[in-house]
Ligand binder design. Sequence first.
Ligand SMILES: Nc1ncnc2c1ncn2[C@@H]1O[C@H](COP(=O)(O)OP(=O)(O)O)[C@@H](O)[C@H]1O
Ligand SMILES: [Mg+2]
Length: 398
Amino acid sequence: MSAPATQDVTVLDLPFFDVRVSDATLGSEVARLFEQNHSLPGIIVMEQNRFRGLVSRSQFFQRLGRLFGIEVYSSRPITAFLDSLPSPPLQMPAETTVQNAAILCLARPVEYVYDPFVVNIEDEPPRLIDFLALILKQTELLTAAQIEAHAQRAAAVSASNAKSDFLANMSHELRTPLTAIIGYGEILVEDVKASQLDESIPRLEAIIKSGVHLLEMINGLLDLAKIEARRMDLFLTTFSLPDLLLEVSQVTKPLIDKNGNEFTLSADSTLTEMHSDEAKLRQSLLNLLSNAAKFTNQGRVSLEVRRETDNAGDWALFLVSDTGIGMSETQMTRLFESFYQADSSISRRYGGTGLGLSLSKQFCEMLGGKLTVQSVVNQGTTFNLKVPIRSKERAGHD
Ligand SMILES: Nc1ncnc2c1ncn2[C@@H]1O[C@H](COP(=O)(O)OP(=O)(O)O)[C@@H](O)[C@H]1O
Ligand SMILES: [Mg+2]
C-alpha cells in the first residue's frame, strides 16, 4: 500500500486537455473556444500533424486586451499570435517526472509561470497540461512521501522497542539453562572425582568452561544491547571505597596467583566514600584487573587509587598496571571496540570475549568519566579509569 516514490511519477500521470486547432484557425474562433470552456488553460496549434505552438489563455487575452489587440488578432490566423510571442512554449518529453516538470515550470520568467506546458509523446498528439494540475500533483506526492516517512519512522521506533523488549526477556531465557549446565557440570565433577573416573573430568571441565564463556558473552552482549537501547540505568549510591577495593582484590586474587604474579594495592587514604554506580565500577575494575592478570606472567599487577581535583571537580583515578605482554599502537587504537581481541590466537590462549573493555569504557563514560590506556609491547600496560567521586544523575537521559 506504499505510495509510489516521488521520482517514479511522470507527467503522463497528469490530467491533460485534448483541445487542438489547426494553424489556419482564426483568433476569433480560439477566443470562442476559451469562452466555451472556462477551465481550458490553453490550446495547442497543429500544422498538419506537427506541433506549431501553444496558445495560453492568459497570454491570449492579455494580447486581445491591448490597444487594437482584437483588431490585430481576431480576424487573422492564430499563427499571428504565436509569432508575436517572445519565446517558445515549455515542452518536455513524456518521461519527465512531475518533480522535474515543476522545477522547469517554476524556472520560467514570472509572467509565464502559470502558463500550461506541452508534453511530447512519440506517435501520439502532444498533450497540454495545466500548471495548476502539475502543482497539485506535486503537492500530493510530497504529502504522500511525508506520510510514508512518518510511518517508516514510527515502524522503526516500534521495531527497536520490540528488540529491546525481546532482549530484556531473552536474558532470563538464556541465562537459566546455562547456569544449570554449569552448575550440574560442577556437581558432576565432584561426583566423578569421588568415584575416580578421572578421564571424564577434563571433558566435564570443558563443558563448564564453555558454559562460563557463553554466559560471559551473553551477559556482555545484553549489557551492550541495553546501552545501545539507552535502557542501561545508573544506580547511584554512596558506598565505602576501601570495602570495594578489598572485594575486587579478593575476587581477582586467584587469577593473579594463577600466573605467578605479585599484586599490590595502594589507595589515597582520604578517599573513603564515593557516590557512584558501585556495580558498574566493580565490573570495570574486575575486567581491568583480570586482563592485567591474564596478560602477565611471573610479573607484577597493581591497583593504585589517587584523588585528583581540577576545575571540573573531584575525581577518583584507578590505575591498573601490569608488567605483561603489552600492546602495540595499532592494537591500542582498536582496543575499546566490542569483540576486539589483539589477535585471533588471544581467545584461544587467554579466553575472554573481547567485550570487557568496550563495556568498561561505556560504563565509565556513563558515570561522567573516561578510560584511557598506555602500553609498551613486552613491558606492560596501564589503564587509567577516571570517574567523579560524586557522579551526577544524567540529565536528558531517556
Ligand atoms: N592488560 C593488558 N595487556 C595486554 N593486552 C590487553 C590488556 N588488556 C586488554 N588487552 C587486549 O585487549 C583485548 C580486549 O580486552 P577485553 O575487552 O577485556 O576482552 P577480553 O578480556 O574478553 O579478551 C584483549 O583480548 C587483549 O588483546
Ligand atoms: Mg577482559
